[in-house]
Design a protein around this ligand. Structure first.
Ligand code: FMN
Length: 217
């Protein structure tokens, strides 16, 4: 017959079990968090690569676009919270286009991250959303595959349409809003316009990087 545990031994045993359980749970949560954040980062990287290739397909440049990066940091127009990466497309020794990272905090659910491709002549090569938290079925029509709206920027520039028409139709502009969702497209239209203005003001350094800058990329 086993002797019953004294109260103090029983408390000690339960404390040890509880402690081990806590260590196991914390370890499990840390493991899941690590695995999830790695998967999210890998997925974002994959989306970014796909977006870059869609904006400027290989047929449009003779350099390795994904490797031809430069550091860019701008709070005013691009509204980047920290230095980020931009890309240059080259053909026959000249920069033919750049892809700029642009952020807006004005989405329905806050931050939206965009990549905006601009040709040397100031015309938009394409825009892609690489990160957002807009509502499925309402605000997410900015994604390729959920709508064609994002293609409405192709070929536009600072002068096409005129500045006052760089807005959604509800605000008197040329860009469609989504059914029941104006906030998301409004934020994106304004962000793309800001990117074009940044390009206009920084055209020379963007299109004619020094050899040093090119090597630093
Ligand atoms: C649950 C919920 C989710 C919403 N999600 C979005 C969204 O992702 N994007 C958006 O533009 N509007 C969204 N809306 C609608 C906006 O609140 C707003 O009514 C709509 O964008 C029209 O804006 P306007 O009145 O300024 O034209 C959502 C509304 C609700 C109730």
């Amino acid at each position: 017959m086993s002797t019953p545990l004294t109260p103090s031994r029983s408390i000690l045993r339960n404390s040890v079990i509880l402690g081990l359980f806590a260590i196991f749970t914390v370890g499990l949560i840390a493991f899941i968090q690590q695995a999830t954040s790695e998967r999210i980062a890998a997925e974002q990287q994959r989306m970014q690569m796909r977006a870059l290739n869609e904006i400027l397909p290989e047929s449009e440049h003779d350099n390795d676009l994904l490797q031809d990066t430069f550091s860019i940091d701008d709070r005013q127009y691009l509204q980047l919270p920290a230095a980020a990466t931009g890309w240059r497309a080259w053909r026959d020794g000249k920069v033919t286009a750049v892809i700029l990272p642009v952020v807006t905090q004005d989405g329905y659910s806050g931050r939206i991250d965009l990549l905006v491709g601009i040709r040397a002549n100031g015309e938009l090569a394409g825009v892609r959303v690489v990160n957002h938290r807009e509502t499925p079925g309402l605000g997410d029509k900015l994604e390729v595959g959920k709508g064609t709206w994002i293609f409405s920027f192709d070929g536009k520039s600072l002068s096409i349409p005129t500045p006052e028409r760089w807005a959604v139709r509800k605000d008197g502009g040329d860009f469609d809003q989504f059914t029941g969702a104006t906030i998301t497209p409004r934020a994106v239209v304004q962000a793309v316009h800001r990117a074009l203005r940044y390009f206009e003001e920084h055209r020379a350094p963007l299109l004619q990087p020094t050899e040093q800058e090119r090597n630093d990329g």
